[in-house]
Ligand binder design. Structure first.
Ligand SMILES: [Zn+2]
Length: 329
């Protein structure tokens, strides 16, 4: 009796007991809608003793993992990567508040290209970085209200809704747990839990939330941490991902290390040792608290008072403000 034949025998029993979406013994099931050319078919993923197969929910036919991949094409990884759904909360943009992610960390992509979120030439109006009214954690792309907005990668929609500041927002989670956030939309074209393909329209651009003029605010996040979008995606027209394995240092998640008015040096860090060396060379900052003095700050970071003042282009008699940020390396 082959493995598949065995499953054909066992599965109707489970169907009778309606154990869909649950774990019974060693069988784990999860249902995925799969779009084929003709119609939407639902497949149930079955893991038994480490073997993966799929059951077609309308015909009960069980097919091997390889046949499933052949049938569904390149989109299959989307289904398979979402079996854990860690922090899959659909009522907030960032569900990762209690996650502390040490840097450097690596993100990995299983493809080298992406699709522009807006059609036509990409016009960047503000970058990830410092700007006059505070840190900017995304990339602003010019558009006209009503222009279509597309998902840059295949994925699954985790959030659709209004968020203070972001306005009408869609968050898509991708296979590597990277999420892309599309903000200031005027309309939605997807709903939560939709499995979407690369380039699929997720909504229309707009000017909702804290926005001055129609534009798309695009964020790239990993476990809640905003990463410089241009460090990940190359918007020069090549539609390439800068590296399939990409190391993120403190600098690539810190707006204060960049200017939103000009492009940073976007050379990707592709090995852990390069990432550690790069992070060690990045500037460090201290936020002034009550009681701080320049000489006290200099001492605690093993700096001379003159060096500290030179780095920050201030005099040693400068008055410190609480909350002021002082560079300490
Ligand atoms: Zn923005």
């Amino acid at each position: 009796m082959t493995f598949i034949t065995l499953l054909r025998f066992i599965l109707p029993l489970f169907a009778l007991l309606t154990f869909s979406h649950s774990t019974v013994g060693q069988i784990v099931t999860e249902t995925f809608p799969v779009k084929t050319d003709s119609l939407d078919v639902f497949f149930e993923k079955i893991v038994l003793d480490g073997h993966i197969s799929y059951r077609n929910e309308s015909t009960n036919e069980i097919i091997s993992e390889q046949d499933y991949i052949t049938l569904c094409g390149a989109d299959t990884h989307v289904h398979d990567q979402f079996t854990t759904h860690d922090y899959w909360l659909c009522d907030r943009v960032n569900p990762y508040h209690d996650v502390d992610l040490p840097t450097p960390f690596m993100i990995s992509f299983d493809q080298t290209h992406f699709t522009h979120p807006v059609d036509g030439e990409i016009v960047i109006t503000s970058r990830f970085g410092r700007r006059r009214r505070g840190p900017h954690r995304g990339l602003d792309i010019d558009l006209v209200t009503g222009d279509i907005v597309r998902s840059v990668l295949p994925g699954k929609v985790r959030f659709v809704g209004y968020s203070r500041g972001h306005g009408k927002t869609v968050v898509v989670r991708h296979a590597n747990e990277v999420e892309t956030v599309y903000a200031h939309l005027s309309a939605y074209d997807v709903k939560v839990n939709d499995i979407i393909s690369e380039g699929q329209i997720i909504g229309k651009g707009g000017n909702t939330g804290n926005s001055r003029g129609s534009h798309l605010h695009l964020e790239v996040r990993y476990k809640g941490v905003c990463i410089h979008p241009e460090y990940v995606f190359n918007f020069d027209g090549s539609q390439s991902i800068r590296s399939m394995d990409l190391w993120v240092t403190n600098g690539w998640k810190s707006p204060r290390m960049h200017s939103s008015y000009r492009e940073s040096d976007l050379t990707p860090l592709v090995t852990e040792s390069d990432a550690i060396a790069s992070q060690d060379a990045e500037p460090r900052y201290h936020r002034v608290v009550r009681g701080d003095t320049l000489s006290g700050i200099a001492r605690s970071y093993s700096l001379g008072l003159k060096d500290l003042c030179d780095i920050n282009r201030i005099s040693k008699n400068s008055i410190l403000r609480i909350g002021q940020v002082i560079q300490v390396r």
